[in-house]
Write a protein that binds this ligand. Structure first.
Ligand code: GLY
Length: 329
C-alpha cells in the first residue's frame, strides 16, 4: 500500500474516532462527559455539621502525610463517634424509645469496596466495624446481633454507650413520648465525611446514632450504600444528613453521583436531589442536607431548611460554611 493511501486511511480512522467520541459525548451514555485528566489534584476533606471541623482535622493529618482517603475518612469520623457530648453519633448518641443506643455506619473506597453495619449496639466505633466488614468479610452489610458478634470477634470492646446526658434527655422525652423529628436537632446530626487524597482517590464514611427516640430496630439511610453515602472514583462522592427515610426513598447519594456523571456540577446535583424530595414528600416537616465532591475537587451542598452547615478543609484552611437551602432564611 502506498504511503499516501496509508496516510488517508489513518486520517480517516482518526476523524471517525473523533466523530465517535463527539457523538458519544452528545448522547446520555452515563459516561462522564469530561475525559480530561486533571493533573492538579486538589486534596480535600468535607463533612457535615460543626462536628466536622475536628473530624476534618483528623482526616487531613492522614491526607497531608500522603495517606489514603479511605484511612482518612475512617479516622475522621471516629472523633465524633467517641465524643460523649455529641448526641447524634456513636458514644453519647440519643437512644431509641426504649433507651437503647443503636448505631448505623458505612464506608466506601475508591475501588467501589464498601462495608456497613446497622442496628449495632454496644460498640463505640461502628465505622471501624464497617471497615472490617469491608476488609475481612465477603459481605457488605451486617446488622444487629450478628454485627455485634462480628465486632467482638474482631477485638472490639462491648461498652455501655448511653451516657448520663443522653439518658436524662430520653427520660425527659418519655414524659410526653411525642415522636416528632426536630429539624436541625441541636444543629447537628449524622456525620458524613468525604475526602480526596494526594493520589486523587476518593473515599467516604457516614456514621450516626440515627433519629432520636426512633422505634427499636429502625435503620436509617446512613448505613445504606447509595442512600447515606456513595463513592465512584471516576465521578465523585456524596453523603446525606437529616431524615433518613426521605433519603432512602430517593437513594439520594447515588442519585447525586449519577447526576454528576451526567455532567451536573456537585452543586447542581445536590439541588436536584433535594428537589426530588421536595416534589414528593412532606418536606416542611424535616431537614435533608447533601454534600458532594467531584474528581476536580469542586464541591456542592444543598438542604431543605436553612442552617445546615458543613466543614471544608481545603487549601490549608478548615472552615465552616452554610449550605444554600430550598426554604430561605
Ligand atoms: N440520617 C440519619 C438517620 O436518619 O438515621
Amino acid at each position: 500500500m502506498s504511503s499516501r493511501r496509508k496516510f488517508i486511511i489513518r486520517s480517516t480512522q482518526a476523524s471517525l474516532g473523533i466523530l465517535a467520541t463527539k457523538s458519544l459525548q452528545g448522547c446520555n451514555t452515563g459516561i462522564p462527559l469530561s475525559t480530561e485528566t486533571n493533573n492538579e489534584i486538589q486534596p480535600l476533606v468535607i463533612s457535615t455539621w460543626k462536628h466536622g471541623i475536628e473530624a476534618n482535622d483528623a482526616a487531613w493529618k492522614i491526607i497531608n502525610a500522603g495517606g489514603k482517603a479511605i484511612d482518612a475518612v475512617e479516622q475522621g469520623v471516629r472523633i465524633p463517634e467517641a465524643d460523649p457530648e455529641n448526641l447524634s453519633v456513636g458514644y453519647g448518641g440519643l437512644p431509641d424509645r426504649d433507651g437503647n443506643v443503636t448505631l448505623d455506619a458505612c464506608i466506601m473506597d475508591a475501588d467501589g469496596n464498601c462495608g456497613s453495619v446497622c442496628f449495632l449496639q454496644h460498640i463505640k466505633h461502628p465505622i471501624s466495624v464497617a471497615r472490617k466488614v469491608m476488609d475481612e468479610t465477603p459481605h457488605v452489610i451486617l446488622s444487629g446481633e450478628g454485627a455485634l458478634q462480628f465486632a467482638l470477634s474482631q477485638g472490639f470492646k462491648k461498652e455501655n454507650l448511653l451516657t448520663d446526658k443522653a439518658k436524662e434527655a430520653w427520660q425527659k422525652w418519655k414524659v410526653e413520648s411525642k415522636y416528632k423529628p426536630i429539624i436541625n436537632v441541636e444543629n447537628h446530626d449524622t456525620i458524613g465525611l468525604l475526602a480526596i487524597d494526594k493520589q486523587g482517590d476518593l473515599a467516604g464514611a457516614c456514621t450516626t446514632s440515627g433519629l432520636a427516640y426512633k422505634m427499636h430496630g429502625r435503620v436509617g439511610d446512613s448505613p445504606i450504600i447509595g442512600a447515606g453515602l456513595y463513592v465512584d472514583n471516576e465521578v465523585g462522592a456524596a453523603t446525606a444528613t437529616g431524615m433518613g427515610e426521605a433519603v432512602l426513598k430517593t437513594l439520594g447519594s447515588f442519585l447525586v453521583v449519577e447526576l454528576m456523571r451526567q455532567g451536573r456540577t456537585p452543586q447542581e446535583a445536590c439541588e436536584e436531589a433535594v428537589m426530588r424530595i421536595v416534589k414528593k414528600q412532606q418536606y416542611k416537616d424535616f431537614q435533608i442536607g447533601y454534600l458532594a465532591i467531584n474528581k476536580k475537587g469542586e464541591h456542592g451542598s444543598y438542604c431543605i431548611h436553612p442552617w445546615f452547615n458543613y466543614a471544608l478543609h481545603k487549601n490549608g484552611e478548615n472552615k465552616m460554611y452554610d449550605a444554600d437551602s430550598f426554604i430561605k432564611k
